[in-house]
Write a protein of this length. Structure first.
Length: 83
């Protein structure tokens, strides 16, 4: 995810949700489903996409019965500024 991505757009959100669903589909055969870990580390636009990504992850996790769950973490603003 870079500064040229408009994280507030529907297209971005649909694309990110499709990414998560694709991972779930690719590993659907697994008896123990892998955790889908999303780390928002920022880019040229700072941590702007993090809230939208977290929202998409909540949508992905809602009402799932296939054993998949996505998780989210992010850098703090202080850490991002330091980097």
């Amino acid at each position: 995810i870079g500064p040229n991505d408009n994280e507030k757009s529907r297209k971005f959100k649909r694309g990110y949700l499709a990414l998560l669903n694709n991972m779930a589909e690719k590993y659907s055969y697994a008896t123990v489903k892998p955790k889908l870990i999303n780390v928002c580390g920022g880019s040229g636009n700072g941590l702007d996409p993090c809230d939208e990504i977290q929202s998409v992850i909540a949508t992905f996790n809602a009402d799932r019965s296939d054993g998949f769950k996505a998780f989210f973490t992010r850098l703090t603003q202080k850490r991002w500024n330091k980097i």
